[in-house]
Design a protein around this ligand. Structure first.
Ligand SMILES: [Zn+2]
Length: 531
């Protein structure tokens, strides 16, 4: 049976740009548009020409892409003709393949927000669609507040959608603008709309205010809609938009959808979706959600020993899809609940195959358990685990010694008479016969220590120039004067690899020092620095 075509419309660059704390530059927008094109979405809604200089310049020239570049804007203002509305004229002049108009479809909003009549709003929809079609653009109409509007006045909401459809709009998109609709409501309403407008002309635009934007999108598809609007990583104002990074794998990998529908995302592109999702986080300078479905680092992580041994025998026992399909990895966590199979699987992952009865496996397991009992967390510190394992096997070269370090924190008045706190670290290390002393100031004691440690490693310096710390987390493990501090550090380098290291001590500087040292030694080891 031929599969039906389903279209993906991405609005990361328009609705996603409404996210609190997100500000795209033109370069960001072009980079993200490239990622979306690589993924294979059908439409890239890139912004609102005329609304701000960045969006205006995005649309000032053709942006050659496979996806249809879409400009967003309002239908003509009430009481004006299409040619006499500067906003609409800017939209029509934008270098875009398609134009997505937004229009009110809730009678209450027409009266209160637009301060116009229901009939004038319908005329504005018709005129705007007609004007864009006359310009040769493909036209979409976003029916704002459609589900709330439909509840209040179904005939009017439908009339708005129908006005665009009758005028030749390619898509009429039903928007749950406030994000409060529930899946069964969406399914009912979309079903009603599809009796009047063919489903292959109907789209869904869901917001995530009840954490059901993805479910609502699928409810609309079940009811007949054939276009899904969403964003990468569910970016969007308030609680975000429907997350295409969750929707795409479900469409491609779940037989209920995969057998029925075809999308423009290839299997190869699906295999890059982890990289694309994390690439966006990287660009936004945000930590990726470890628990994100399909793409999170923990999406295929298993902790308990009994599950782990079953997973090693037969992955399907505890996984709903094969992680490789989306470019993710199976991860068996090494923890104090760990059985031998976890440790063996982790060793395998880092390229060390030992026989399961090898006494060194028992020794490593005992060591991990002992250290976890005093606060180390190897499941969150892959690089420290690897160092522990390789040290036991004598595979970690002895690069350098830290003879001593000294960190001080001083509070004083600066030249302007302001109160400032300054940290300084002095580190004395020995590389072979060479003694090196480095001094650095930092915004805090750990920062100063990190800078001093990495300032001069003598002959190893060139191996660590690309090393940067991307995250530093402190956790106090038990209260009172006996408190133990655990420090987790995430590092990255010029290859884009991320690794995590851990340190534990009653003293936060000591704990940080251990984690910093592990990070540096790991980097030297993986860069193949000679002993
Ligand atoms: Zn929206």
């Amino acid at each position: 049976m031929a599969r039906e075509r389903l279209y993906l419309f991405d609005t990361t660059l328009r609705d996603g740009a409404q996210t609190n704390g997100v500000d795209f530059t033109l370069a960001d927008k072009l980079a993200i548009a490239g990622m979306l094109d690589e993924l294979g979405v059908d439409y890239v809604e890139a912004g609102y020409p005329g609304a701000n200089p960045i969006d205006t310049s995005f649309f000032s020239e053709r942006r050659p892409m496979h996806a249809r570049v879409t400009a967003f804007g309002m239908t003509r203002r009430p009481g004006r003709s299409a040619s006499n509305d500067p906003g609409l004229v800017a939209l029509l002049d934008a270098q875009a393949d398609a134009i997505c108009f937004v229009a009110k479809s809730w009678d209450y909003h027409v009266r209160i927000a637009l301060e116009t009549t229901e009939e004038e709003n319908l005329a504005s929809i018709r005129d705007s669609v007609r004007a864009a079609k006359a310009k040769g653009r493909e036209v979409l109409l976003d029916c704002e507040h459609f589900f709330d509007g439909y509840k209040a006045n179904p005939a009017y909401a439908l009339a708005c959608a129908k006005a665009a459809y009758d005028e030749g709009a390619r898509w009429v998109v039903l928007c749950d603008t406030n994000g409060g609709a529930l899946p069964h409501e969406v399914e009912d309403v979309v079903g009603e709309v599809c009796k009047v407008i063919p489903g292959d002309r109907v789209g869904i635009h869901a917001h995530n205010d009840t954490e059901q934007a993805v479910a609502n999108s699928f409810a609309a598809i079940r009811a007949g809609a054939r276009q899904i609007q969403g964003t990468l990583n569910g970016l969007g104002e308030r609680c975000g938009n429907a997350n295409l990074v969750s929707i795409i794998p479900t469409l491609k990998l779940k037989p209920e959808y995969a057998d029925k529908f075809e999308i423009n995302v290839s299997d190869a592109a699906l295999g890059r979706i982890v990289r694309i999702s994390h690439g966006l986080d990287e660009l936004l300078n945000r930590a990726s959600d470890r628990h994100a479905p399909y793409v999170g680092e923990s999406a295929f992580a298993t902790k308990a020993g009994i599950h782990a041994s079953a997973i090693v025998k037969e992955p399907k026992t505890y996984e709903h899809i094969a992680p490789e399909r989306v470019g993710n990895k199976r991860k068996l966590l090494v923890s104090d609940q760990a059985g031998r199979s976890n440790v063996l699987a982790e060793l395998e992952r880092i390229g060390l195959s030992l026989d399961k009865d090898d006494p060194r496996v028992t020794r490593l397991l005992d060591e991990v358990k002992e250290r976890e009992a005093i606060g180390y967390a190897y499941e969150a510190a892959d690089a420290s685990f690897e160092l522990l394992a390789r040290r036991m096997l004598g595979q970690v070269p002895h690069y350098f010694d830290v003879e001593k370090f000294d960190v001080n924190v001083e509070q004083r008045n600066n030249a302007k008479g302001e109160r400032v706190t300054v940290s300084q670290a002095v580190v004395k290390i020995k590389v072979g016969d060479e003694e090196l002393i480095s001094v650095a100031e930092g915004i805090g004691p750990v920062n100063a220590l990190d800078l001093a440690l990495r300032k001069d490693l003598g002959k190893y310096q060139s191996f660590i120039t690309g090393l940067t710390l991307t995250d530093y987390r402190v956790r106090i493990l038990n209260g009172g004067t006996q408190a133990v501090t655990r420090v987790l550090i995430e590092s990255t380098d010029e290859t884009g690899e991320h690794w995590r290291t851990v340190g534990v001590s009653a003293n936060i500087i000591d704990a940080s020092f251990q984690a910093l040292m592990d990070s540096i030694v790991y980097k030297l080891m993986k860069s193949g620095a000679p002993a």
